[in-house]
Design a protein around this ligand. Structure first.
Ligand code: 5GP
Ligand code: ZN
Length: 117
């Protein structure tokens, strides 16, 4: 497979682990979170392995932009664009990042409290 065989999200991107994919394009894949924290909980990831926001480089601008465009589309297609939703990118230990492959959480379908935990 392409990507890192020791990375769960690279394995999903390669089709080696099943996931419920809701959108994909050249740069990104969006799939439902296995353990949803809201009625809508989709993860948007870059196809290529980037461990965290700390590891993005200037050349990653297009792929990082593609993640936001994909999140916008998911919010529209899942019906939360008008009512509101939250995008979250946990980075590092203090933010409880558990999978070291950049992912955007698209959360919605309920009132999202603020401030976040
Ligand atoms: P983090 O805590 O790193 O910001 O978020 C990782 C997310 O990945 C969690 O919400 C977790 O439920 C989800 N996750 C972990 N393993 C899998 C998996 O194998 N499949 C899917 N669909 N989601 C996963
Ligand atoms: Zn990866």
């Amino acid at each position: 497979m392409t990507g890192r065989s020791d990375c769960i999200f690279c394995r999903i991107a390669a089709g080696a682990i099943p996931a419920t994919i809701v959108r994909e394009d050249e740069h990104t894949i969006a799939f439902r979170d296995l353990d949803p924290k809201a009625p809508l909980h989709v993860l948007v990831i870059p196809r290529d392995h980037i461990a965290s926001i700390n590891d993005i480089v200037d050349d990653d601008g297009p792929v990082m932009g593609a993640l936001l465009l994909a999140a916008r589309d998911v919010a529209r297609s899942e019906g939360v664009a008008e009512g509101g939703y939250r995008l979250v990118v946990n980075t590092g230990a203090a933010a409880h990042q558990t999978v070291p492959h950049v992912h955007l959480h698209v959360l919605g379908g309920r009132d999202m409290s603020w401030p976040p935990g």
